[in-house]
Design a protein around this ligand. Structure first.
Ligand code: PBG
Length: 320
C-alpha cells in the first residue's frame, strides 16, 4: 500500500463536487418515516418543537402538506380521550387511531400509514400491557395487542409496528391478522427496543409516562447487544417483515450488528430525546441544528439502517 506523499486522501475532499462523487451514504426521503401524534384536540407540544398534536380534522391538512413536500410515510401515535386499566382505547373501532386511519386512508391513498401498536398511551397506569399486581403480564397482553393490530389493519394501516416488547407478540399479531384476512399486512417489529432515557419528550407528548416503576422489566438493558440479536432472531422466526432498533444514536453498534446478521429490512428510530437535545442546543446557538440533524441521520444510515423514523422528516423534505 502506498503512503504519503503518494497517497493524499485530501485530494478527493477538495471541492464539493469531488466530495459528492465519493460520498458513500446519501439521504433519500423514500427511507424516512415521520411520527405524528393525534388526539382529541390539536395541542402545542413544547417538548418536541414542530411536532404539535393533531386532531383527526387537522391531520388531514397536515398529511396533504406532507405529501406535497414529498414525505412518503408516517407512523401514527394516538392519545385517547379516556384511559382505562386495560387500555381498551387501543382496539376501539371508534378509537383515535382508527378514526385517523380512516380519514387519511381515503384522502391520501399514496401516503404509507404505519401504526405503533402498544398499550401505554391507552392504559391508566401507563405501562405497555395488562397488569398483574405491579408487573406487566406478558401472555395476557398478547391478546390485547393482537386486537389493536387487527383494528388498525381494518381501519386501513399499511403496516403495524408493535413497540411493547412482550415476548411472543409478533407471532400473536401475525396469527390474528391472518385469521382476519390481513395476511398482506406487514409487521414492523420494534425488535431491539431498549429501556432508554431518550424517550422522555415522547412520553410527555403522548402522555404515556408509567404511573409507577419503569419499563426495565420488558424493554432491553442498554448494556446488551447479543441479546438484541436474539430478539431479532425470535421476531424473524415469528414472522416479522421488518426489524427495528430503538433508540438510534446510542445504538449505532446494534444497528450495525443487526444489519450484518439479518437480511431483513432494518429500521432505526431516531427518538424524541435525540431530536429534542439537538433542537435545544440549536435554539441556544450552541450548534447548527440542520448540520447536526443531517449528520445524525447520515450516521444512522451509515450504521446500516434502511428506514429511519425521525421527527426531522418534514424538515428533511425541505432540506433535501
Ligand atoms: C410506545 C412507544 C414509545 C416510543 C415509541 N413507542 C415510548 C416508550 O416506550 O416509553 C418512544 C419514541 C420516542 O421517544 O421518540 N411504547
Amino acid at each position: 500500500m502506498s503512503t504519503f506523499p503518494v497517497t493524499r486522501l485530501r485530494r478527493l475532499r477538495r471541492t464539493s463536487g469531488l466530495r459528492g462523487l465519493v460520498r458513500e451514504t446519501r439521504l433519500d426521503l423514500d427511507d424516512f418515516v415521520l411520527p405524528l401524534f393525534v388526539g382529541p384536540e390539536p395541542q402545542a407540544n413544547p417538548d418536541l418543537p414542530g411536532m404539535a398534536r393533531h386532531s383527526v380534522d387537522t391531520l388531514d391538512a397536515e398529511a396533504g402538506e406532507l405529501v406535497r413536500m414529498g414525505v412518503k410515510a408516517v407512523i401514527l401515535f394516538g392519545i385517547p380521550d379516556e384511559k382505562d386499566e386495560e387500555g381498551s382505547g387501543a382496539w376501539d373501532d371508534d378509537g383515535i387511531i382508527q378514526r385517523a386511519l380512516r380519514a387519511l386512508r381515503d384522502r391520501h391513498p399514496e401516503l404509507v400509514l404505519l401504526t405503533d401498536v402498544c398499550l401505554c398511551e391507552y392504559t391508566s397506569h401507563g405501562h405497555c400491557g395488562a397488569l398483574d399486581g405491579d408487573e406487566v403480564d406478558n401472555d395476557e397482553t398478547l391478546e390485547l395487542l393482537a386486537r389493536a393490530a387487527v383494528s388498525h389493519a381494518e381501519a386501513g394501516a399499511d403496516a403495524v409496528a408493535p413497540s411493547d416488547m412482550m415476548d411472543g407478540r409478533v407471532a400473536a399479531i401475525r396469527t390474528a391478522l391472518d385469521d382476519r384476512g390481513f395476511e398482506a399486512t406487514p409487521i414492523v417489529a420494534y425488535s431491539a427496543k431498549y429501556a432508554s432515557a431518550f424517550y422522555g419528550p415522547f412520553r410527555e407528548a403522548a402522555e404515556s409516562t408509567p404511573a409507577f416503576g419503569d419499563r426495565r422489566g420488558y424493554q432491553m438493558d442498554p448494556a446488551n447487544v447479543r441479546e438484541a440479536l436474539r430478539e431479532c432472531e425470535l421476531d424473524v422466526d415469528e414472522g416479522a417483515d421488518m426489524l427495528m432498533v430503538k433508540p438510534a444514536l446510542p445504538c449505532l453498534d446494534v444497528i450495525r450488528a443487526v444489519r450484518e446478521a439479518f437480511d431483513h429490512p432494518l429500521a432505526a428510530y431516531n427518538v424524541s430525546g435525540e431530536y429534542a437535545m439537538i433542537k435545544a442546543a440549536g435554539s441556544k446557538g450552541l450548534l447548527d441544528e440542520r448540520q447536526a440533524a443531517l449528520e445524525s441521520l447520515t450516521a444512522i444510515k451509515r450504521a446500516g439502517a434502511d428506514v429511519v423514523i425521525s421527527y426531522w422528516t418534514k424538515e428533511l423534505a425541505s432540506w433535501l
